[in-house]
Design a protein around this ligand. Structure first.
Ligand code: FDA
Length: 305
């Protein structure tokens, strides 16, 4: 089921047609407050009332025209202005291909630098896409981080290369968000079983906490809804001399909201990622693939309310 849903995420015919169906549009609302930046900002203000900071991401990836990359960068700049104007504790997270990585690497870097300059001191994050982009995305981060310390990079625990990416980035004092990984990847580059992906997640966290203990300056965000794994990382930190929780927890809007509130109550720094934009189809299909039971929820939208 997971592979079928990830295949559907990449299928051009379905990408064009499924989002037009009313029941798909209704189902996606579970994971995003709306398609516009204004709806995302209003949702962020509701989180602010609960003292919860947010991350914004504008959906859209793999462009075919550079003009679209320029338009995305302009949209992010407007969003950052609005975040500043409203005084929201909000960071932004961008997909490198959304800023034109497929088409022009230097222009992508220039866009990223403008966003980082406008957002400072708030962090601008680079999402991690499929493994075809991992090396260029890590290189992009290596280029931008020394000039803009307020930038961060997402790494994926399903990739076998991630341990060496962490070691490679430590000298530049990285800000890392660790996720399990959301794309269909071959066994040559990725662990496929949940047990291996989770074990690698924990091992990566331990290696980063060790680096911090040895004086490395870095930031760690756990981008996961796996509360058991979060608990294990916390226990490791506590039994190894960390007096405060040395990481943030980042979860997606609409997923395990009860756990988000509970962790926050227990003192974990929790941040919620709010996605918006009209190009939500592949992103939404990856959310269904993460938990195929969500397909039942989507189909239930066919029933009258
Ligand atoms: P896992 O899938 O094991 O789920 C743990 C528990 O959470 C499950 O038991 C389930 O109950 C619940 N859960 C998880 N997903 C759910 C869903 N969709 N609906 C309902 N319940 C669900 N990926 C990537 O490749 N590149 C990126 O840049 C990012 N960025 C990113 C940012 C942030 C803030 C988050 C939280 C996630 C990402 N991801 C990502 C997605 C990530 O790779 C992964 O696919 C999802 O987080 C799901 O995996 P979990 O770590 O939650 O664990």
């Amino acid at each position: 089921m997971r592979r079928l849903l990830l295949w559907m995420a990449g299928n051009a015919f379905l990408r064009r047609n499924l989002p037009r169906l009313w029941f798909t549009r209704r189902a996606v609302r579970r994971f995003m407050p709306g398609e516009t930046a204004l709806e995302a900002l209003v949702a962020a203000e509701r989180f602010r009332e609960q003292g919860t900071p947010v991350l914004f991401t504008l959906l859209g990836e793999n462009l075919s025209r550079l003009e679209d990359a320029d338009a995305h960068a302009a949209e992010y700049l407007e969003l950052i202005d609005e975040i500043n104007r409203r005084g929201i504790d909000g960071e932004v997270s961008v997909k490198p291909t959304q800023l034109g990585l497929d088409l022009d690497r230097d222009r992508t870097l220039a866009h990223l630098e403008r966003l980082a300059g406008a957002a400072a001191p708030r962090t601008v994050w680079l999402d991690m896409e499929g493994s075809a982009y991992t090396e260029t995305t890590v290189e992009l981060y290596e280029a931008v981080k020394p000039r803009h310390s307020n930038t961060g990079l997402c790494l994926q625990s399903y990739l076998k290369r991630t341990y060496s990416d962490v070691q490679r980035l430590l000298p530049i004092e990285p800000r890392i968000r660790l996720v399990k990984g959301a794309y269909a990847e071959p066994p040559t580059v990725a662990y496929r079983s949940r047990r291996e992906v989770d074990a690698n997640y924990l091992a990566l966290c331990v290696s980063m906490l060790e680096a911090m203990r040895n004086g490395r300056r870095m930031f760690l965000g756990l981008g996961t809804h796996d509360v058991e794994l979060i608990r294990q990382v916390e226990q490791y930190a506590r039994s190894n001399g960390f007096e405060q929780i040395p990481f943030d927890v980042e979860m997606l809007y609409g997923i395990r909201a009860d756990q988000q509130r509970r962790l926050k109550k227990e003192g974990f720094p929790v941040r919620v990622l709010i996605a918006y934009g009209s190009a939500w189809y592949p992103w939404y299909m990856r959310r269904l693939a993460e938990r195929p039971a969500n397909v039942v929820f989507a189909l239930r939208q066919l029933l009258p309310v």
